[in-house]
Design a protein around this ligand. Structure first.
Ligand code: SF4
Length: 325
């Protein structure tokens, strides 16, 4: 009888080591599908793919080729990149960094592929790697493109785990670890990751150990909770958030709903310390807080002033009793 693993992505593995409850294993690895890029980072990744597949990185002017790839992808998806947040800046950075990235690839091998989906049945780890370089004498490379401000400082622990998981997946594919492992920040340039065979193996073992826990305990932290899909219903998170110096969430009793002519909605919540407004909710978000008196939870909001929080498209909201899975 063959072993059927439960799967966890390389990205989720980093979160798993911080909070073992934060990741639900999947029955099948999920292959990411391309959708209309609604932010500059997504468009940058699509452009990178075209640039690699077309060989634009091998030419005399990789920056111009990468700009052309960006423009072509924007046109293909019908996206006005000038209107994307930081679209102009990210496109400019791509052009400036293209020559360095091309040189890194040439140093590491002779072939470059993008969005390479790799799986390892033995560990149940999978991932879609931004760039894989192979062939030649360079020893190969795994390069992860960071288009935003997530690596303005040091690479955080979860991002490092993700990259080491990618190195492991590369090893499953090619029989050896890549010689080069790089987080390539459009802001800071190449950030080479020092690592060893022992570190990768130890990490694989730790991830396996956490996944085998019978009674994992939630361990909240602002960074790991921020993107966790369980926030709205995770009680340890709400207890911990009371102590956070700059929380991005609140809960309270719904006391007022105000709809503006422009279609946006504001709700007022009575929290233990004050009456606080959450403004800028779109119709879909506001639909989750309908009845005065309900207990409502809101995550991914920004505090504007003492008693006002501003929602954005990533804000999620639910009544306490109907908090979704
Ligand atoms: S919300 Fe935070 S504490 Fe709760 S499961 Fe997610 S990461 Fe863990």
């Amino acid at each position: 009888m063959s072993f059927t693993p439960m799967w966890v992505s390389a990205t989720a593995a980093g979160r798993l080591l911080t909070c073992p409850v934060s990741v639900a294993p999947r029955a099948n690895p999920t292959i990411p599908t391309a959708t209309t890029p609604n932010n500059a980072g997504s468009l940058a990744h699509l452009a990178l793919g075209v640039w690699l597949e077309s060989g634009g990185w091998k030419g005399k002017d990789p920056g111009t080729a990468l700009h052309a790839a960006w423009d072509a992808e924007a046109a293909r998806w019908g996206v006005n990149w000038r209107r994307l947040r930081e679209g102009v800046v990210v496109r400019a950075r791509l052009g400036l960094r293209a020559a360095d990235l091309a040189q890194l690839i040439k140093n590491a091998g002779i072939r470059a592929r993008s969005e390479v989906f790799l799986t390892d049945r033995a560990t149940g780890i999978y991932g879609a790697l931004d760039v894989i370089v192979d062939g030649g004498a360079g020893g190969g490379a795994v390069i992860d493109l960071k288009s935003g401000r997530d690596v303005v400082g040091d690479l955080d622990a979860a991002a490092r785990v993700q990259l080491l998981m990618y190195a492991h997946l590369f090893r499953r594919e090619y029989g050896q670890l890549p010689a080069t492992l790089i987080a390539f920040s459009l802001i800071r340039g190449a950030l080479p990751i020092e690592f060893s065979l022992e570190e990768v193996d130890e990490l694989i073992e730790r991830v396996g150990g956490v996944r085998a826990l019978q009674d994992p305990v939630a361990t909240p932290g602002q960074a790991v909770c921020r993107y966790c899909s369980r926030r709205l219903r995770c009680e340890p998170h709400w207890v911990a958030a009371e102590e956070w110096s700059k929380p991005d969430c609140l809960e309270g009793q719904l006391t007022k709903i105000e709809r503006a002519a422009a279609g946006m909605t504001a709700i007022r919540l009575k929290t233990p310390t004050a009456s606080e407004w959450v403004t800028n909710l779109d119709a879909q978000q506001a639909a989750n807080a309908r009845a005065i008196g309900e207990r409502v939870r809101v995550v991914r909001v920004t505090k504007r002033r003492d008693t006002e929080w501003v929602a954005s498209p990533v804000t999620r909201i639910a009544t306490h009793s109907s908090t979704p899975d």
